[in-house]
Design a protein around this ligand. Sequence first.
Ligand SMILES: Nc1nc2c(ncn2[C@@H]2O[C@H](COP(=O)(O)OP(=O)(O)OP(=O)(O)O)[C@@H](O)[C@H]2O)c(=O)[nH]1
Ligand SMILES: [Mg+2]
Length: 396
Amino acid sequence: MEETPYAPLNSSSAFATSYQTLGSILPKVNRTVEKALNEGKLLDVVCGIKETMATLSQIPVNVTVTGDSGNGLSSFINALRIIGHEEDDSAPTGVVRTTQTPARYSSSHFPNVALWDMPGLGATAQTIENYSEEMKFSRYDLFIIIASEQFSSNHVNLAQVIQKMGKRFYIVWTKLDRDLSQCVLSEIQLLQSIQENIQQSLQKKRVNIPPIFLVSSLDPLLHDFPKLRDTLHKDLSNIRCSGPLNALSGTCEKIIDDKVDCLKERIDNGCSENSFGVRDNDDMGECLKAFQLKFGVDDRSLQQVAQSMGTVVEEYKANMKFQTLHTLQRGDWQLRLMTCAVVNSFFRVLKCLPCLCRCVPRFRRLKLKRMLLLVSQDTKAIVKKILRDSISSPQI
Ligand SMILES: Nc1nc2c(ncn2[C@@H]2O[C@H](COP(=O)(O)OP(=O)(O)OP(=O)(O)O)[C@@H](O)[C@H]2O)c(=O)[nH]1
Ligand SMILES: [Mg+2]
């Protein structure tokens, strides 16, 4: 497996992110998404979001591996990279204190991620505050605290410091092979007692329980390693994408709201037939279909979106509250009232009264505008789902 050789921490350039690239691409993507939403082409919105994801996935993320010296920090890095400690570019390991300065490693399993091997917290009287300052904790995006043999106060203190910084961290209990070979308990009991011990130690110091993984660096594919890799992939995606995609989500909502305002104005001006291509704007079913088409949440568009996202259309439809005329009337009391038989009969009578018949078009516009608003809410829900799915499955 091809791996990049390690580099000791010697410059801050390793922490320079490609936010500049991001700064130049995001406005372009925003424009693409804006145009697509205005034209009701949700498939183009998906393309714009995928383009953003591709850029975001190149943002370097710094993951640091820390813990007590000798707990197996360097061995864990090699195991995570699935390389042996005898390979040229592996992290040096040993029974004597080995790692003296932070060293950076990369792995083809985690593209654009710097894995930092730290000198462990030593037997010296170094405080956790000094250690976190010296190791420049503020530079890292995610922390992996390694523990083995015993979950010490150093581990709890590390967790506390990282929690205070508001950063994501995991606890990885390693050397599980030794525990298993020496313990008289069954494997299930042993795993449970390690988990409980870690949780209790953290709870005593009011640390929120992070993900905990029990592994052996001698078996990089066994125990909790697969779960750990999976969680790490998801968190890396979150770290890179949630900020910009949340911003994009806000932009999308604003574009949809603006579109609603613009269409409401057209309805007020009596241009609904021309604008939406409806033949009879008293036919609520036809109007609903026309609005859905206008926003790109019609059956055909949703089918294309689902296909492009690698899923089934039902997943998207399940996010819509007002997909059919029936659900629309059932889900919104205002529209239910406006379309009930009594009100309809009342307006039919009004139509025949010359002095009051002017109220009829006004009432029809009210109904159309309400329906428009509800369809726009469904559109927002669909866009949110596309964004959510893009973060959780960045490879789509
Ligand atoms: N059996 C077993 N031994 C392990 C495991 N992980 C690490 N070791 C051994 O523990 C010793 C210390 O491992 P390192 O990875 O060098 O530990 P470290 O925390 O990086 O230590 P320093 O760099 O010295 O602070 C080595 O002899 C490793 O072979 C494991 O999962 N199982
Ligand atoms: Mg080491």
